[in-house]
Design a protein around this ligand. Structure first.
Ligand code: AMP
Ligand code: ZN
Length: 116
């Protein structure tokens, strides 16, 4: 049984605000957004994270970034700018173990990472 929360969203078992639904990639709004636009771009097939070799099969990563650019256009932030990021591991606070690309924008985002 697949208990992965993002697989459940892709399969329609858990509700989400889907903004893009393709053959290989799905994009939906983050449930706890950090900015006016916060969308997660995920592979439809389960991939654990960016260190999972399945991430590098075919054109998956390329397609995820292309979808991110498309969603940025749809959301009206292509001109103002946005941040694309992938977390991995403890220091980056990776929480959900299904590969996801964050698309964040709609306000000035400040420095890439807080200095402390
Ligand atoms: P990360 O720290 O990179 O693993 O980010 C996981 C992201 O998934 C967080 O920004 C969460 O707010 C988001 N998230 C967790 N559960 C859901 C959900 N059911 N629907 C949408 N976003 C979610
Ligand atoms: Zn999954």
């Amino acid at each position: 049984m697949n208990e992965c929360i993002f697989c459940k969203i892709i399969n329609g078992e858990i509700p989400a605000e889907v903004v893009y639904n393709g053959a290989n990639v799905t994009a939906f709004r983050d449930i706890n957004p950090v900015a006016p636009v916060h969308v997660l771009i995920v592979p439809n097939r389960h991939v654990n994270d960016i260190r999972d070799e399945r991430a590098f099969e075919g054109d998956l990563l390329k397609e995820m970034f292309q979808v991110a650019n498309e969603v940025a256009e749809m959301e009206g932030i292509a001109e103002s700018g946005y941040r694309l990021l992938i977390n991995y591991g403890r220091d980056a606070n990776l929480v959900v173990p299904h590969l996801h690309l964050h698309l964040i924008g709609g306000r000035p985002l400040g420095p890439m990472v807080a200095r402390r």
